[in-house]
Write a protein that binds this ligand. Structure first.
Ligand code: SAH
Ligand code: F3S
Length: 433
């Protein structure tokens, strides 16, 4: 009987993709994926350490898995992802029933780890194994394509440079080949991934992110091209030019700002001021007038005063983000922000969070309402989960649209959908002929 594996994923899209890669290589070894950890031959936890008590969460989950191992002595348990990198050998000491710990730099080496029975794999190999043909992609219409791993920025609050290592860009031609293969497999939507995608530079030819965008956008069959995450200080004319020149590049850009206060941005080492960020938004809007932005904020960074926080609120008013993520500052082990001072009092931070979300709710409502009566291009993804009589897809700015239309429409088509209702987070409408 085929061996089975169970894998649990926390965190960002990068981790989701790592899970697809791990899963793909296990399937090549003849494993079958199961949704129940009891009875599986291999259990992998793909962990995240970006915020909060992520280490404790992993250790408490490992406590549960100890019981699973007691019941089934043959099961192998592996801890992957950023907590694996951060805690390393400590995991083997505290949870000796764990068989191996592997960091994000070793996703391509799972085969080797299993073959050799290695217990720790934490280095960042110069040459990363990257077998894109075996990726176990879960969406029939969309493919994530890594263009770089790691991060060379040193934002003072962030653990990523420690857990994912220095920036390494993949060769341009490999990325184009992977995208072409994904489209040939029906994935008409490509999303390029990296911690700072727009710092991309081909290690072979030196070509930059704008050149890469243009090359992938012009591949036959790419209906939509997205990318995550851009760093505001790395936005340049080449990137903006590619966005302007290729209509299939998403008119929706995630541009994390973290704070509206230049004082806090300096303490965060974000490498831009509020004014510079606003100018960058203006430059992009000038080239691509229909664009929408989304962003990340951190609330309660050490030293954030009420005035600093007000500047975050006024920036939200100024940019009118289509979507927004906000996180309470969470001190991370070994990060420079620990030396700046204590986080803002938790009650104050919570209260700021809710004011920020209230403001954004209002802006988002207005935005969604403004879609009513308009015909928007929607990428059809399949039957609606909401109502089986309806179809579902996404607008360019990534809102889910449930709509009436012909169920024989091939998945991956772009349809014009007239919006007749704006619900809380989604839109409703009808496909027009
Ligand atoms: N370049 C990556 C950054 C990953 S972290 C990206 O933007 O996807 C994602 C978000 O988590 C950051 O933009 C930031 O808003 C938030 N974040 C990172 N470290 C944090 C911390 N210590 N406390 C709270 N939020 C944090
Ligand atoms: Fe983190 Fe800043 Fe890099 S948020 S991932 S150090 S750009």
């Amino acid at each position: 009987m085929a061996k089975t594996f169970f894998i649990e994923t926390w965190g960002c899209q990068m981790n989701d993709l790592d899970t697809q890669r791990l899963s793909g290589s296990l399937k090549l070894r003849g494993y079958r994926r199961v949704e129940d950890e009891n009875g599986a031959d291999l259990i992998l936890l793909n962990t995240c350490s970006i915020r909060e008590k992520s280490e404790q969460k992993v250790f408490s989950r490992l406590g549960e898995l100890r019981e699973v191992k007691r019941a089934n002595g043959g099961v192998k348990i592996g801890v992957c992802g950023c907590v694996a990198q951060q805690e390393g050998e400590r995991i083997l000491h505290r949870a000796p029933w764990v068989d191996f710990v592997m960091g994000p730099g070793n996703v391509g080496n799972l085969d080797m780890i299993l073959d050799e029975g290695a217990r720790l794999a934490l280095e960042f190999p110069e040459h990363r194994q990257y077998d894109y043909l075996s990726i176990d992609r879960s969406s029939p219409t969309k493919a994530w394509v890594t263009i770089m791993e790691g991060c060379n920025k040193n934002c003072t609050f962030c653990i990523v440079p420690t857990t994912r290592g220095r920036e390494v860009s993949r060769p341009f031609d490999d990325i184009v080949a992977e995208s072409r293969a994904a489209v040939a497999g029906g994935r008409v939507e490509i999303e390029l991934l990296g911690q700072t995608v727009n710092a991309y530079r081909c290690p072979v030819s030196g070509r930059d992110f704008g050149a890469l965008l243009a090359a992938v956008a012009t591949l036959d069959g790419v209906a939509r091209l997205r990318f995550m995450t851009s760093h505001p200080a790395e936005v340049n004319e080449s990137m903006i030019g590619a966005m302007r020149d290729h209509a299939n590049i998403s008119r929706y850009l995630h541009l994390p700002v973290q704070s509206g206060s230049s004082k806090i941005l300096r303490r965060m080492k974000r490498l831009y001021t509020r004014e510079k960020y606003v100018q960058t938004i203006a430059r992009i809007r000038e080239a691509v007038p229909e664009i929408h932005f989304s962003t990340d904020f951190i609330v309660g960074f050490p030293g954030e005063s009420e005035e600093d926080f007000q500047e975050s609120l006024s920036l939200i008013e100024e940019v009118r983000y289509g979507s927004l993520f906000a996180f309470k500052y969470s001190p991370r082990p070994g990060t420079p922000a620990l030396r700046i001072g204590p986080p803002v009092d938790d009650e104050i931070a919570s209260e700021r969070m809710s004011r920020l979300f209230d403001l954004h709710e209002r802006i988002k409502r207005e935005l969604l309402e403004s879609y009513r009566g308009r015909v928007l291009p929607v990428l059809y993804e399949g039957p609606s989960r909401h109502d089986p009589a309806m179809l579902a897809g996404r607008t360019e700015d990534n809102y889910v649209v449930n709509f009436f239309g012909n169920p024989a429409t091939p998945v991956g088509s772009i349809l014009g959908v007239r919006i007749d209702q704006a619900q809380h987070h989604t839109l409703r409408g009808e496909a027009i002929a």
